[in-house]
Write a protein that binds this ligand. Structure first.
Ligand code: FAD
Ligand code: SIN
Length: 524
């Protein structure tokens, strides 16, 4: 099948859906997602969206908090743009129908999370992402100019390479003409030609064994752009959330929001003692990198698998009312958070690096935009401030839509693009080759490229990954494609980018901590 659209959108989280709703007034839009429309990381967001709402908060305070968390690597211009545009983007979400909690006085009920100097996180109970996703999905489903293609997998963006023209990392002008899409039911690959394309494919937490990310978070967009010779940056900065629920029976870790620590929850070790005072004066609300490393250290000292979050001293009714999802989830596995301590452990949570984009979400490849967790705008630097990512998606999807609407007016479709060539490919009957390689990859990344790294661990990871890469490429090149093999290939690609960036960073900064280079190099 071949199809032409003005605006191709790959991904249906907050970044893809808000962009689609904006460009839809200006042409034909097609949203593609590899799962169901609402199978996104967005749906799992708990804490909320950081935005300046009332005095004594100010843009300047939010800007400074973001810069401090980013540990010297934020792009200050991007930080200022994001935070100054936050007010209008929040108003827009409310106009779309999203409801944020209010106090009895009618003001927004703002929460506080780590690294924030003020209460500024707008939320909907502890299920903000679900409220956002459901409302946006409803808007998109009823829009006459938006076509939705669910359960189809974007394999690669189309560039000059597919016309037989050599493209390498030094090529100055690479153009995106659309994308190849795999329909897993027919095993056929469709060609979608587009005037402009937005990648909103989310993060890559699945490259680690323990992650708060859903199964869709396999770094596909980042790997596609890397293969197309586009620019990727800051991949060494993978954020580990300090408090995922410890439950070995579950693959996808359930998050215990930081807002619970903002509400007064205390971190304790297996001896029932608080330990954060040994690590940082801000205690359990120190930036995430510090809290995650502190927990990692406590676990190593005591030989434990988890620490505890203690909420037993908090007012029972308010606790249940503010955090109903967490209360119900914990109760379902026999933990009553009003009476029992919650076992928690750090888990891979947020990919700070990604497809490098400018202030209008433009990637290094012409007519290709990226927004949301797959992108790297410069907002987060070496460590993301909590609840800044939903905001980043809103701001840069809006900015990308403004640019794409103008750009699309002057573009013709490239009808010379060939269809996908699947000649000579065979069915891979042995799924074990894929599932076992995935497990190996996740184990390598978790053991050697986790919260604390060293030269030796990174070298070992690099060497092991090389073998997995060779084996997987050989399999991919002869197989009739399935989403599973494409995801494995993408995750190996992402693992390589994380390790390479970590090896090249000869210092510790933000989320990257190396035993061999424990200091941060001062910038001149
Ligand atoms: P996603 O919402 O992940 O959507 C990605 C989309 O791309 C999906 O539709 C997926 O199917 C599609 N896709 C991917 N690859 C392909 C492919 N090859 N072909 C077709 N489709 C593809 N941030 C905050 O600011 N505040 C919070 O409170 C917060 N809480 C969080 C809690 C949890 C448990 C998690 C996991 C994250 C949280 N985050 C939070 C981070 C935030 O939710 C994400 O960064 C954000 O939602 C990402 O949105 P996105 O649109 O970029 O991607
Ligand atoms: C949380 O609720 O703790 C997650 C917030 C975030 O990741 O921004």
């Amino acid at each position: 099948m071949r199809k032409n659209v003005d605006f191709l959108v790959i991904g249906s989280g907050i970044a893809g859906l808000t962009y689609a709703l904006k460009v839809a007034k200006h042409g034909k839009v097609c949203i593609v997602t590899k799962a169901n429309l609402d199978d996104t990381a967005t749906s799992y967001a708990q804490g909320g969206i950081a935005a300046v709402t009332y005095n004594p908060d100010s843009y300047e305070k939010h800007i400074q908090d973001t810069l401090i968390a980013g540990d010297g690597l934020c792009d200050e211009n991007i930080v200022r743009i994001t935070i100054k545009e936050s007010t209008e983007r929040i108003r827009e979400l409310i106009r779309w129908g999203i409801k944020f909690d209010k106090t009895t006085s009618g003001k927004f009920d703002l929460a506080k999370e780590a690294g924030h100097s003020e209460y500024r996180v707008l939320h909907h109970k502890d299920s903000t992402g679900r409220e956002i996703e459901n409302t946006l999905v409803e808007q998109v489903r009823r829009h006459p100019k938006i076509e939705v293609i669910e359960n189809n997998f974007a394999i690669d963006i189309i560039t000059e390479h597919h016309l037989g023209i050599e493209v390498n990392r030094r090529t100055e002008h690479i153009t995106c003409f659309g994308a190849y899409l795999l329909n897993p039911r027919t095993h056929l690959v469709d060609t979608i030609l587009s005037k402009t394309t937005l990648l909103a494919t989310g993060g890559a937490g699945q490259v680690y064994s323990t992650t708060t990310n859903p199964p869709i978070s396999t770094g596909d967009g980042i790997a596609m752009v890397y293969r197309a010779k586009g620019t990727i940056e800051n991949m060494e900065f993978m954020q580990f959330h300090p408090t995922a629920l410890y439950n070995p029976l579950e693959k996808h870790s359930f998050l215990i929001t930081e807002a619970l620590r903002g509400f007064g929850g205390l971190l304790k070790n297996s001896e029932g003692k608080e330990f954060m005072q040994k690590y940082d004066a801000r205690l359990a609300l120190a930036p995430r990198d510090i809290v995650a490393r502190a927990i990692d250290n406590e676990l190593k000292i005591l030989g434990d698998d988890y620490v505890y979050l203690d909420c037993r001293h908090l007012p029972k009714n308010e606790l249940i009312n503010h955090f109903p999802t967490i209360y119900a989830k914990c109760l379902s596995i026999g933990i009553d958070i009003t009476r029992d301590m919650i076992p928690v452990v750090p888990a891979a949570h947020y990919t700070c690096g990604g497809i490098k984009v400018d202030e209008f979400g433009r990637s290094s490849i012409h007519h290709l935009y990226a927004s949301g967790e797959c992108s790297c705008t410069g907002l987060h630097g070496a460590n993301r401030l909590a609840s800044n990512s939903l905001l980043e998606s809103l701001v840069f999807s809006n900015r990308a839509s403004i640019d794409a609407i103008e750009t699309a007016k002057n573009i013709e479709y490239n009808e010379n693009i060939p269809d996908w060539n699947a000649e000579g490919m065979v069915y891979n009957e042995e799924m074990i080759l894929i599932t076992q390689s995935l497990r190996e990859l996740q184990s390598i990344m978790s053991s050697y490229v986790g919260i604390v790294r060293s030269n030796l661990r990174l070298k070992r990871a690099f060497d092991r990954l090389e073998i997995l890469y060779e084996e997987t490429e050989a399999l991919y090149n002869k197989s009739i494609l399935t989403p599973r093999i494409c995801e494995l290939r993408n995750l190996i690609n992402v693992g390589y980018l994380i390790i390479k960036a970590a090896i090249n960073r000869k210092e510790s900064r933000g989320l990257h901590y190396s035993l061999d280079f424990p200091r941060t190099i001062e910038k001149r």
